[in-house]
Design a protein around this ligand. Structure first.
Ligand code: TXA
Ligand code: MG
Length: 334
């Protein structure tokens, strides 16, 4: 069911959960300081209680009520908030352990989407919001995809159009001595290093090439980013990845009825000429465009119940493409 901003504010204030658009992906929002609302989020997503939620705030003062905003966090926040980066910081007592899955840190973000910001401002309370998908499925980037993913259990949703970024926020742990990226996103390691004027680690990069660079971690001993399991963002249709068109053709894994996705629309010409029916993610491989379209295409093609999907992504593993590779490796059928 689609609802208005007014309706969303009323429902949230009453302790209910609703899906809201953010600039990254749609979020399943509930009052961050209300344990019943948080429990509803975990139940609806089928999310393990060990995987903490991101708390969204309207401004820095609100963040300071929830966590210790150190000087590095102020720098990154001033440079990129409101925007697609989440900071993991030492939490204050006000934040329920249920939100942080018992961790002494809390993940905080000021989103940029005008609808999300308006709801936050009108409520004047922080909102916990994981991506609005059942646990381990692909995140929605359009209101109708929330319904596609949840079916009859779909939460009331505010339609804020198609998300501009299309991938979840960069998660940066600033709670310890070594700044570490727990989840790559649109805001890249190079940008953060520039901003902080120091080396930033990269935790648990699943892509085999170049070798994973594992940074030291902050205060979350053992499991710095509980949500970064190796199977995630997954469509139901088996998905195979190829780094070049040639590898796709040589693999000979394509069967009649399978679907082919090309990140770079220029690769479609060659494949269409050979009789494959392809869906492009961008006209010329621009990483921002690939990121914006990736989840929507996966969700829509997944609904066709084809035997398999094949995705060709030739982007180098750097910058924004690193975040795309990260999601693709996790979405790939192992
Ligand atoms: O773009 C986004 O971040 C979206 C929008 C709605 O804001 N939200 C989102 O939430 O992607 P979610 O719950 O799907 O992903 C949150 C990630 C998970 O990998 C989780 O483990 C990690 O952030 N996280 C949350 N709190 C943490 C903490 N205290 N320490 C380390 N990682 C944390
Ligand atoms: Mg998620």
């Amino acid at each position: 069911m689609l609802i208005t901003i007014d309706d969303a504010v009323t429902r949230l204030a009453g302790g209910d959960v609703v899906a809201l658009p953010s600039e990254t992906v749609y979020g399943l929002a509930g009052l961050a300081l209300n344990e019943q609302a948080i429990a509803k989020i975990y139940a609806l997503k089928g999310r393990p209680a060990t995987n903490p939620l991101i708390v969204h705030v309207a401004h820095l003062q609100q963040a300071e009520e929830l966590c210790y905003v150190n000087s590095q966090a102020k720098r990154v926040g001033e440079a990129y908030w409101p925007g697609p980066i989440t900071l993991v910081l030492p939490k204050k007592k006000s934040v329920p352990g249920l939100v942080t899955a018992g961790n002494q840190t809390v993940a905080i973000r000021i989103p940029r989407h005008p609808v999300f910001l308006e709801v936050l401002t009108r409520l004047n309370q922080p909102l916990a919001a994981p991506s609005a998908n059942p646990s381990n499925r692909t995140s929605p980037t359009e209101a109708r995809h929330v319904e596609e993913l949840f079916g009859k259990k779909c939460p009331p949703t505010v339609d804020g159009g198609k998300c501009a970024v299309g991938l979840e926020s960069t998660v940066l742990d600033l709670s310890g001595d070594q700044p570490t990226i727990l989840r790559p996103g649109l805001i890249t390691r190079a940008q953060i290093q520039d901003c902080l004027q120091r080396q930033v680690g990269l935790f648990q990069d699943p892509s085999p090439d170049p070798p994973a660079k594992v940074g030291q971690t902050g205060r979350n001993q053992g499991a710095p980013s509980p949500g970064m399991g190796s199977v995630h963002y997954a469509p139901r249709t088996p998905l195979a990845l190829y780094p070049t068109v040639e590898e796709f053709l040589i693999s000979a894994k394509f069967k009649p009825g399978d679907l082919v996705i090309v990140a770079d629309g220029k690769d479609a010409t060659q494949l269409d000429a050979k009789g494959y029916l392809t869906t492009p993610l961008s006209t010329d491989g621009c990483p921002e465009e690939v990121a914006q379209n990736l989840y929507g295409v996966l969700i829509e093609l997944d609904a066709k119940n084809a035997p398999s999907m094949h995705l060709i992504f030739t982007g180098a593993r750097e910058g924004i493409n690193r975040a795309i590779w990260d999601r693709l490796y996790r979405a790939e059928t192992k």
